[in-house]
Ligand binder design. Sequence first.
Ligand code: ADP
Ligand code: MG
Length: 617
Amino acid sequence: MAKISINLTSGTVSKSIAVIGIDLGTTNSLIATINRENKSPYCITKEKESIVPSAIYFGENGPIIGSEAIAKLVAEPENTIYSIKRLLGKSYTDIQDAKQQLNYEIIDDEDKLVKVKIGTKYYSPIELSSLILKELKSIAETQLQEEVSKVVITVPAYFNDSQRQATRDAGKLAGLDVLRIINEPTAASLAYGIGLDPTESRTVAVFDLGGGTFDISILEIHNGVFEVLSTNGDTFLGGDDIDRAIVNLWTTEYKLSNLNTSDKQLLRVTAEKAKKSLTTLQVYSHKLTIGTKEVSLNLTIEQLNKLLKPLIGRTMQCCSRAISDAEIELSAIDEVVLVGGSTKTKAIKDAVKNYFVHSAVNDTLNPDEVVALGAAIEADILAGNRTDMLLLDVTPLSLGIETVGGLMDVLIPRNSKVPTTLKKEYTTSVDGQINLRVSVYQGERELSADNRKLGEFILQNIPAMPAGLPKIEMTFMLNADGILQVSAEEKRSGTKQVVDMKSQYGLTDLEIKTMLKESIDHAQEDMDKRSLAEAKTEADQLVYATDKFIRDNADLFTAENIEKINYLKNEIVLSIDAKDKDGIVSAMDSLNNYSRPFAEIAMDKNIAKALQGKKIE
Ligand code: ADP
Ligand code: MG
């Protein structure tokens, strides 16, 4: 319930605002808020379920989000969208791997953001994600009985600039005021209250194995400050891979060939069920009809563990890299936090415990919920309810510009804390150079071409000087969301250019506004159609009335007059054919203006006629 607090001295009334944390997951999304009485976070549920599958089904009555959409995966794979987070903020070339695993149609939108085709319509991943966020907003509003707008949304630590921007855009599009985008592992550690005591110092590893992504983050918490020492992971490693491995095992074992899309989906869903039930059981058995074949599917815990081996190996490699990036010893890690549905699998949990042998493993909270819970705590901090906290996040990839010879020159090294600002001075390489192209890249490779281009701009009107003389100061400003602003200034002349690097893949504010207005625009289109129809009807009537008037008053018109009227009538017909509403109206005006004097004469005559024989006293 919303609480109203009244300031007694001023008499002003202020409404308290719900603070909301959102875990916008690849597979599942959740929302959490803070209980105002006991100040602790909890997940908001719909029909007692906190998990909202991140799936959208496009049916005849518009999009349906969540478990009802998941239910359509088998019957209508082409109309059911899942794992959309894999495409968020990505270009067509980025997603070639992901593409093969998704059953809906993905379109190359001129090498910018990808689009998804459903039926005859095209949707951007941002629009699709916003549908999920809208659903979460509405669930929260129903439950809390108050309007929800201010939110914190989490993203995997590995998300780059354009992915973070895309997430923020999706929030905006859903009508949310996104207070901050934070890393999922940061949220998860907050959920365990690690660091809430400002006198405590802790080093924490957050192990997050979800449906589609794996993240390992090393955090250091000191004086109530969260600092991410390093992040590592794999954006193509998660529970989906386990499901796929099970499907592959079954198709080989039961010689299932020539599977259609529905069969494949059915197997995928069954594989996930098998995997989940092996959290508590030793063997899973299920009868299924695939095509015309009846098969009795089996999966034992030994088989599953064997499939898990390579996957677990990959997660552990990432852990080693994260620890070496953090420049700490394995034994320095005090605690491990388990996150993501896949950490419920016993073999995975055991592997983590074996690897982090010196650390306490936190697994008391539901690993599905920890990220959302922590996001709610962060929202609470940002709402000013916890004043003693500060969050430092980290940028996972280096940011820099291309210099002569196509080299990457790093301004902000990877694992730098954000927000941060860095300046560096450059100069020209050619005498009299007046323009300087600044290309911004993200990545760790030496050659900029091997890294990811975020965008470019041209610093123009540098006064002509010998090469090496201009002093060009480049400033990289990375805000708390990990979104980059770049500016270049020639110091001798003060020539300056500032650019938001979001423009390359993210949506601009204008584009978002345009999309928001789309529904209104459609209304406008309908209105235009209607006023055209109205003008056409009116014009038809005028032409008809004019013809009739000429017939009735033939004596008033010369051949020349008639010719002129026919010309003006034809102008109306041409405008109608061209569906030109304004043209129709002005052609009608012209005809009216031309014929008005005739009408007046005719009227006078008629009045005179009517008055004939009447005496005027
Ligand atoms: P994401 O963060 O990618 O949205 P989640 O953290 O919600 O993902 O995890 C989803 C994954 O967890 C799915 O692959 C799902 O099959 C898996 N999962 C959920 N419950 C279990 C379980 N009991 N045992 C094993 N895996 C599980
Ligand atoms: Mg997750």
